[in-house]
Design a protein around this ligand. Structure first.
Ligand code: FES
Length: 158
């Protein structure tokens, strides 16, 4: 693990004030911050282990469990609920055979159910890797998921 983190830690060792910057880079490159990575960061930056854990747990941008390549975030807030977010969530979970908050075994998808994402006029909203998909319907969601599955399969076959 240290070898894979080496490029991120390069020039940042023994600089505890760079903790968040380093964690952001690990999150971006690895999809999450493993307990092993936390230990390495603690040692290399000189930040107590508990402090690194506290920061990782505090900020929503960081996750201990790596997320899938495609993160589907379904808003379950009131406006989205009224406009059909529940059937959308059920559809996504059924298609991917996982539960909310889980990642598919091939690490291709993570499905998250969250509260209002602040775009109620666009309800129901699904966010795919940070891109908002407004006025989502079951047919559009099915198309989105199938398209991403196809894209991944084509990349594997290439
Ligand atoms: S309830 Fe979904 S964006 Fe506000």
């Amino acid at each position: 693990m240290l070898a894979t983190l080496a490029p991120i830690l390069e020039g940042r060792r023994s600089q505890p004030h760079l903790l968040i910057e380093v964690l952001h880079d690990i999150q971006k490159d690895f999809g999450g911050i493993s307990p092993e990575a936390i230990k390495v960061v603690s040692t290399e930056l000189g930040v107590p282990l508990m402090e690194v854990y506290r920061v990782v747990k505090f900020y929503k941008a960081f996750t201990l469990v790596p997320k899938g390549k495609n993160v589907l975030t379904l808003c379950m807030g009131t406006a989205c609920h009224v406009r059909g977010s529940n059937p959308l969530l059920e559809l996504a979970l059924e298609m991917l055979n996982i539960r909310a908050g889980e990642t598919t075994p091939d690490n291709l998808f993570t499905v998250e159910a969250v509260n209002c994402v602040g775009a109620c006029a666009l309800a129901p909203v699904v966010i795919h890797n940070g891109v908002y998909h407004p006025h989502m319907t079951p047919a559009k969601l099915q198309e989105l998921i199938r398209g991403l599955q196809k894209e991944s399969q084509e990349a594997k076959d290439a």
